[in-house]
Design a protein around this ligand. Structure first.
Ligand SMILES: O=C(O)CCC(=O)C(=O)O
Ligand SMILES: [Fe+2]
Length: 355
């Protein structure tokens, strides 16, 4: 990753959408105002900044791991490609995913490492990885995964209480030692290419799992704010992570928690001349957990379910693994038959008319 200080600032003439800033240290201390702020962010937009998360050093080392991995010859990276069968773990080459109904290819490459492989290393649970990943599994990836899990687990416990669920209801669907789709991802996007000002880097999507802990330095991430049909940038804020909820939490909560549409485009202004790097940890439910509203465990969820305009969204009949594999598999360019393939890859925020 290039020296951070050399990157141009986010332009001040580009509109952005503000996010609430939630203080992780205050959440850990049980601060009621901070918990109320988190709840507001989680139920209205489903995105917020998180400060004082304590993972800065681990994040920087993860970016170094990503840079070392992306610098490998393409042929070597392709030995570890995620493939077309719906597995997410491994390398994803640029162009391997569609970004919309027309099948326009994505521009990003990324490396995904399973939580289970990182924490069981040197034992393989799901798959093997490039040498640059193996070399940092113990000292970089596992420490980052542990920090990210600590953050996400704390937030999920707060949501559990606010949703009126019995203690541990969400925790028992996200146990550390049980295989899941939880993974970390380091993403490299190329600089804005001449003539293609708005080639989409990552197409509009909702996240597939429960909670995402995201770190980026350059702009490019955009959200579609509820009730609007336009994309707005989220400005990276130094020292803050960006957190967002995924489909599983929307489903468990009967729609109370929001998994909002977002996408990645080239960074605005002069930032677009630079490579863009981002890093995510995705907490996802255990593979065998059925994705459905937890109506039997909370009257609050039961009531939300009854009020929902289309409650079929919250009775998927799919396990977390099925939901996740379907979405990963059907966005792969190789599996595309037509616009229906894209539609079949969608999540809780499926909006057919939005590109
Ligand atoms: O790179 C980013 O800022 C966001 C990435 C993202 O949305 C994803 O990987 O799901
Ligand atoms: Fe995402």
């Amino acid at each position: 990753m290039p020296g951070l200080t050399t990157l141009p600032p986010f332009p001040d003439n580009v509109p952005t959408h503000p996010l609430l800033v939630v203080d992780f240290a205050l959440l850990q201390a049980g601060d009621e105002d901070e918990i109320a702020k988190l709840w507001k962010a989680a139920t209205e937009l489903g995105f917020w900044y998180l400060k004082n998360h304590g993972a800065d050093l681990e994040v920087q080392e993860m970016f170094n791991m990503g840079a070392e991995t992306m610098a490998l010859p393409l042929e070597e990276k392709l030995r570890f490609e995620q493939g077309d069968e719906g597995m997410s773990f491994g390398y994803k080459a640029a162009g391997a995913n569609a970004t919309d109904e027309t099948g326009a290819p994505d521009t990003v490459e990324f490396i995904n490492v399973a939580k289970d492989d990182a924490l069981s290393w040197p034992r393989t649970v799901h798959r093997t990885y490039p040498s640059t990943v193996n070399a940092r599994m113990e000292n970089t990836i596992a420490p980052f995964v542990r920090k990210a899990l600590q953050v996400n687990t704390t937030l999920i416990e707060i949501f559990n209480a606010k949703l009126g669920l019995p203690e541990g209801a969400l925790a028992r669907r996200h146990r550390l030692e049980v295989p899941s789709g939880s993974e970390t991802r380091c993403i490299k996007s190329p600089p804005r290419s001449e003539g293609f000002s708005e080639k989409t880097a990552i197409g509009a999507h909702t996240d597939f799992g429960s909670l995402s802990f995201l770190h980026n330095r350059l702009g490019g991430l955009q959200v579609m704010v509820p009730g609007t049909e336009t994309w707005q940038y989220i400005k990276p804020m130094p020292g803050c992570a960006i957190c967002n909820l995924g489909d599983a939490m929307t489903i468990f909560s009967g729609g109370i928690l929001r998994s909002n549409l977002h996408r990645v485009v080239p960074p605005p202004g002069d930032q677009g001349q630079h490579e863009r790097w981002s890093l995510v940890f995705f907490t996802r439910p255990e593979n065998d957990v059925i994705l459905e509203a937890l109506t039997n465990e909370s009257p609050i969820v039961a009531e939300a379910f009854l009020r929902a305009p289309d409650s079929s969204v919250f009775t998927t009949g799919q396990t977390a693994k099925e939901w996740f594999s379907r979405r990963v598999k059907l966005q792969r360019s190789k599996n595309r038959k037509g616009p229906e393939t894209w539609r079949a890859s969608r999540g809780t925020e499926h909006r057919p008319h939005v590109a």
